[in-house]
Design a protein around this ligand. Structure first.
Ligand code: GRF
Length: 192
């Protein structure tokens, strides 16, 4: 659903720190941005990322996660009311149902801190270091009904140095996450 401004109404789902949300807000404020962030949803009332939404006067709502069905019922209502066209998961720690994913077919993106298909799930940096990988990186992909498995939109590598540990690698990867998420959105929205 294209809005008169031509920008896609975007919802960002978070659970914690929100540094990717911050980078998406920054992008959305640029002149050429293809998105307008109309809604930020968190399943966690203490998510630090909510502060970024507040600072930028973006409508933000906490939906308590008691069970998936009631969470998603409320989420769907909010997405509808706000005419959301694109959903960006940014450190959102809950798994969405196949039913919801189908409803938003090919319009839910996720960012993951590894070079998918390597290291789906958690503790990606720990596993990359443990396996003595030479590279790690970040991936933006479409969300499908299998964990961290949808079509890859954009990926960028970073070198793992001998001196790296989980923390230093995480920092390097996070930096490129902030760079590639907006780029992946542009790629997705200009390729269809
Ligand atoms: C990021 O590393 C992202 O790739 C992963 O969760 C982390 C969220 O960080 N899915 P932040 O909340 O965006 O700072």
């Amino acid at each position: 659903m294209e809005k008169s401004s031509g920008k896609k109404n975007t919802a960002v789902l978070i659970s914690g720190r929100g540094s990717n949300l911050r980078s998406l807000i920054k992008y959305s404020k640029t002149k050429k941005s293809l998105i307008k962030i109309v809604l930020v949803i968190s399943d966690n009332i203490s998510a630090k990322g909510l502060n970024y939404a507040n600072k930028s006067n973006i409508n933000n709502i906490v939906i308590k996660y008691s069970d998936r069905k009631s969470f998603e019922d409320r989420l769907l209502k909010l997405l509808k009311i706000n005419n959301v066209d694109l959903i960006c998961l940014a450190g959102f720690m809950k798994i969405l149902s196949g039913k919801l994913i189908k409803k938003f077919n090919n319009t839910i993106l996720n960012i993951h801190p590894s070079l998918l298909p390597k290291y789906k799930g958690l503790n990606t940096h720990k596993r990359a270091i443990h396996n003595k990988d030479k590279f790690s990186g970040a991936t933006v992909h479409i969300v499908n009904d299998k964990l961290d498995s949808g079509k890859i939109i954009l990926q960028k590598k970073v070198k793992i140095l001998k001196s790296d540990n989980e923390k230093s690698l995480g920092k390097k990867v996070l930096k490129i996450e902030h760079e590639i998420y907006p780029k992946a959105i542009i790629r997705l929205l200009t390729s269809c």
